[in-house]
Design a protein around this ligand. Structure first.
Ligand SMILES: [Zn+2]
Length: 263
């Protein structure tokens, strides 16, 4: 059985690679969607600023038109000067001239304000447009890199699936099926774990001694009661320097107790 378990190690290595690549592949389209919406936002911001400027331009044009009429009116009024017959008519004309001049002056000031606003917004637009275009170009580059990576992963995965098929062919179906069952339930694509010094290295749980002995004998497939991984005996010989912290602690306790006894 040890031979079969060793084959599972090779399979597990491939499956981990497949898992990580599939995760990456799954994440990339969502990442691109976010990037595309960032571009949309930047473009919307530019469009909003452009339409604000357009509104101001229209406002200014409308006032320019009214001012033109105001100036024509002033000309007409002053042209009537020759037809004045008395002081009353003269005073009325002066009032009319005065009112029209004031109206035109106020309107000119308003037009100048709008013109300044347009200039400010146009400068702002020019700056934002330059920054946004640069940022949009960078984002578009990332999107295209991601798309390249997606197809690259596609190719690597095809290779890995083929390699996997080759490995699976040489594993006994009963062993493979058990592995596959555990793998399909694992959230992180782990179906085997090394058992070393009585500890499952998959989840760090201390294994019952009988179970650990069974794993060392490798006559059957043994599974970690905690993480459900198939347990594979470590190839490393047991080394004293690798005694687990738990064992150290229990030894220390023994020493302390015996110290107490001496007193
Ligand atoms: Zn475990």
């Amino acid at each position: 059985m040890l031979e079969e378990l060793k084959k599972l190690e090779a399979l597990q290595a491939i499956d981990l690679k497949i898992f990580n690549l599939e995760e990456e592949q799954d994440a990339l389209p969502a990442q691109n969607d976010i990037l595309k919406s960032q571009i949309d936002e930047k473009e919307k911001r530019l469009a909003a600023l452009k339409s604000e400027i357009k509104i101001q331009v229209i406002e200014k044009e409308q006032r320019d038109e009214i001012l033109k009429k105001g100036e024509e009116k002033l000309k007409t009024i002053t042209g009537k000067q020759g037809a004045i017959r008395n002081k009353e008519e003269y005073n009325a004309l002066l009032r009319d001239v005065d009112t029209t001049k004031r109206f035109n002056r106020d309107l000119s000031e308003e037009i100048e304000e709008i013109r300044q606003t347009i200039l400010t917004k146009e400068a702002e637009l020019a700056q934002i447009e330059e920054e946004s275009n640069k940022e949009i170009a960078e984002i578009e580059q990332t999107i295209s890199d991601n798309e390249k990576r997606i197809s690259e992963i596609e190719e690597i995965l095809d290779d890995l699936y083929a390699k996997r098929d080759e490995v699976v062919k040489n594993i006994k179906p009963i062993v493979y099926n058990k592995y596959q069952r555990i793998l399909s339930k694992s959230p992180n694509a782990r179906a085997i774990a090394t058992a070393e010094n009585r500890v499952c290295l998959g989840c760090n749980m201390t294994l019952p001694p009988e179970l650990f002995n069974m794993v060392l004998r490798s006559t059957h497939i043994e599974v970690c009661p905690n993480c459900q991984c198939i347990l594979i005996p470590s190839q490393k010989p047991r080394d004293l320097s690798e005694i687990t912290a738990a064992e150290m602690k229990s030894k220390k306790n023994v020493i302390e107790i015996s110290d107490d006894d001496d007193e």
